[in-house]
Write a protein that binds this ligand. Structure first.
Ligand code: AMP
Length: 398
């Protein structure tokens, strides 16, 4: 169902409540990485240009049910002021008389940032009265640009939409839905899914759903070892989720029956211990010695994955191929990042999601070559698992 976007809203002279994701890292009261703020600028600039009066809300961190200066959005508001080159007001509580008065004092194109919505436990409870109080800060207009929070039914994402006239997607949200939506409904083929990271349990539903949609799947990272164990391969001290071995075996058998190429590593880089300066060796997976742990995919696996990626027209990647934070085990992930970038240059659409794979594409210097870097790790996984996101469902249909 097509949803309203910010282009559909008449904003001139109206207060518009914009839910952003300014959940940024802070140190000593300053923002250390402003990526998330910069990513909302297209939406905010457009709303300003359309003459709207902007009331911005976000969560930051996990404050325990009350105000905590450590999680104040003040530094984010200051950063935004710099980035927009215009004053940004700040309301020290996200609801109440003071915030209402501040919102009413805005002029066309003015911007007010509200304090952390999670300073009220009602936010995460999607509380009705709290949602109403948030809605009272705007003139019936809501824009959601917080894709990273769209999988959560919280008051500033979902509850508020019941008390406004129009709830629309911002630019960032629209872009996420466009890329992820196309990948799951109408992908250019072949569609190669690459999944890695620490846990199979986080990604079981993604594996199941993408096995129905993609043309092949490349597995790496620690999650490969739960599959390899199910195959009867020796895994040494590698990270295995014992309670998921049967399920991994069933998924693998299902793939075999359907002749779906679910590729597992054939070789890997082992460490004696989980330490950057540990002893290493590279072996085939069937020759894993006792007492060693698999911490990266090996050269034969890299080559076979590169070949699959080179022929792809759609690529979705979530999760690193190894412990890329340690240089000795980073090669697999960085080579895959380069292969995804090269395939994109050759015409594929690539979508990279999840904090660590996003960090990896930045680390390998190819971020600007990726078609779409998804901002919401959890939300993009739920989307790829085929679930409906409450924050998207709640937007007004066209
Ligand atoms: P995730 O958050 O599930 O995407 O997992 C990312 C984490 O998985 C990163 O911190 C990696 O260091 C870690 N990881 C990837 N491969 C392995 C592996 N073979 N053994 C242990 N940890 C791994």
């Amino acid at each position: 169902m097509e949803k309203l976007t910010i282009d559909d809203l008449q904003l001139r002279g109206k207060r518009v409540f914009i839910r952003v994701d300014f959940n940024v890292p802070l140190q000593d009261g300053a923002v250390t990485d402003d990526t998330r703020i910069r990513e909302t600028l297209p939406t905010l600039r457009l709303a300003i240009q359309k003459g709207g009066r902007l009331v911005l809300a976000s969560h930051l961190g996990r404050p325990k049910g009350g105000p905590d200066p450590k999680y104040s959005l003040r530094p984010a508001a200051k950063k935004l002021e710099e980035l927009l080159s215009k004053p940004v007001g700040f309301a020290s509580d996200c609801v109440g008389a003071e915030a209402e008065a501040q919102s009413k004092a805005l002029s066309d194109g003015g911007v007010l940032m509200l304090e952390n919505v999670r300073f009220h436990p009602e936010e995460e409870k999607n509380d009705e009265a709290f949602s109403r109080q948030l809605a009272a800060l705007c003139d019936g207009l809501f824009v959601c640009d917080a894709f990273g929070s769209a999988h959560r039914a919280h008051a500033s994402v979902v509850g508020i939409t019941r008390f406004v006239k129009q709830a629309a997607a911002g630019r960032l949200m629209e872009k996420e839905l466009k890329y992820l939506g196309k990948a799951v409904t109408n992908p250019a083929r072949p569609f190669v899914a690459i999944l890695g990271g620490a846990k199979v349990s986080d990604k079981i539903e993604v594996v199941e759903n993408l096995m129905k949609i993609a043309d092949s799947m490349l597995i790496g990272g620690a999650m490969a070892y739960t599959f390899l164990k199910a195959e009867g391969e020796p895994v040494g001290k590698s990270l295995v989720e014992e309670d998921k071995v049967d399920l991994a075996g069933r998924l693998r058998n299902g793939a075999r029956e359907r002749r779906f190429p679910l590729l597992l590593p054939v070789d890997h880089v082992l460490g004696a211990e989980f330490k950057p300066d540990t002893a290493t060796q590279t072996t085939s997976v069937s020759a894993t010695p006792d007492g060693w742990m698999g911490l990266d995919i090996g050269p034969k696996t890299i080559a076979s994955y590169q070949q699959k990626i080179a022929g792809a027209k759609t690529i979705v990647w979530n999760g690193p191929m190894g412990v890329f934070e340690m240089p000795a085990f980073a090669k697999g992930t960085l080579e895959i990042a380069k292969a995804v970038a090269a395939a994109t240059t050759a015409g594929a659409t690539s979508i990279v999601g999840g904090g660590d794979s996003v960090a990896a594409v930045h680390q390998s210097g190819v971020a600007d070559k990726i078609s779409h870097i998804s901002t919401g790790g959890g939300a993009s996984l739920e989307f790829l698992a085929g679930r409906k996101l409450p924050g998207v469902e709640a937007l007004t249909n066209k």
